[in-house]
Design a protein around this ligand. Structure first.
Ligand code: G3I
Length: 310
């Protein structure tokens, strides 16, 4: 059996990575390089990691991911420029003036998106700005700058980057009130000609499965707005949502098949192997990825290959 990245000419399959594991773990590095043709830094391009100290960026880890991607001819999803989590502690307390806060936002977006111009192919410009119970999430950015912070982030990124610019969220994968909210948000951005190119559906699956037909319908309506849609953080925890490895594989097959049939050309899993995943340590399900802890291919791995037409 060849590698996953060779299965489809039309669909890229990626993974979120940890730069330290890329540097030190031979099995991890070999798996990422040989199996995937897209990559995301799970944390290394987040603001809090890049600029832990005020006024000083440390790009070492993020650059490692970028170089690895270049060496292995991988599509790069940059994650993420503006988020309400994993920002530097020095941004607290949020008592700066509106002008100063906007300057910080602008400088950050321009610095990071500018640095990776020509390397990052798609940026998650704004992440998780919609609240779970409707409306915009009450973030520090919303409080300081109003809803326009979203426009500004896309505009600043567009000014320095040639990447496709995405809005990315969770719980908005299928058809739900939250996915309607995300749809309305991005439709409004498109209508006002804010420079957005796509929507990332994270597709973390652990409480219950999202019907694949609903994912397809959501992809189709977003595509009709003229936007690209990527599956950006796919994982399927064994537990409440799927009872075992076989059911997990069936779900991977169905949901990846439905999404790609509906026009998704990039599917990224949120990690590489079951030994390193954010889900189990938070009690959200077990063994959610395509490779087990020993980097052996799981039934889910073969199911994704089948979904891509093998
Ligand atoms: O690296 C430090 C370690 O030195 C320290 O000892 C330890 C103590 O808590 O923390 C470690 O950092 C943690 C990091 O993950 C690496 O494991 C952070 O505390 C923890 O907050 C961080 O969680 C990440 C989370 O985003 C917050 O940034 C997860 O790895 C990452 O999978 C998760 O990813 C998010 C996406 O960005 C957005 N969508 C949801 C997704 C899952 O929550």
């Amino acid at each position: 059996m060849g590698s996953l990245r060779a299965v489809s000419d039309d669909v890229r399959v990626g993974c979120a990575v940890d730069p330290a594991s890329l540097r030190t773990d031979t099995d991890y590095r070999r798996t990422v390089a040989s199996e995937f043709d897209a990559i995301t830094a799970e944390n290394a391009m987040k603001w809090g990691r890049l600029a832990a100290d005020e006024g000083a960026y440390d790009f070492a880890d993020a650059d490692d991911v970028a170089r690895f991607a270049e060496r292995h001819d991988m599509y790069v999803r940059g994650h993420t420029l503006v988020w309400h989590r994993m920002y530097p502690e020095w941004l607290r307390p949020w008592t700066r003036s509106e002008a100063e806060t906007e300057r910080l936002l602008r400088d950050h977006v321009q610095t990071v998106a500018g640095r990776y111009r020509g390397c990052v192919d798609a940026w998650d410009v704004v992440n998780e700005a919609v609240a779970d119970d409707g409306g915009l999430r009450e973030t520090q950015w919303l409080n300081a700058l109003g809803p326009e912070y979203i426009d500004r982030a896309f505009e600043y990124a567009a000014g320095v980057s040639d990447a496709d610019l995405f809005y990315n969220d969770y719980g908005a994968d299928g058809l739900s009130e939250k996915s309607d909210e995300v749809y309305d948000l991005v439709a409004d951005l498109v209508a006002r000609e804010v420079p957005i190119d796509g929507v990332g559906l994270q597709l973390h699956v652990f409480e219950e499965t999202v019907p694949p037909a609903d994912v397809a319908a959501n992809v189709e309506r977003l595509t009709e707005l003229g936007l690209d849609v990527h599956i950006t953080e796919l994982d399927v925890g064994i537990g409440a949502a799927v009872p075992d490895e076989e059911a997990q594989a069936d779900y991977y097959r169905e949901v990846v098949g439905a999404a790609t049939d509906a026009g998704v050309d990039t599917v990224v899993t949120w990690g590489v192997d079951d030994g390193q995943s954010w889900l189990p340590e938070r009690g959200f399900g077990e063994a959610p990825l395509l490779f087990d802890e020993s980097f052996e291919r799981k039934p889910a791995y073969r199911a994704v290959r089948e979904a891509l037409g093998e």
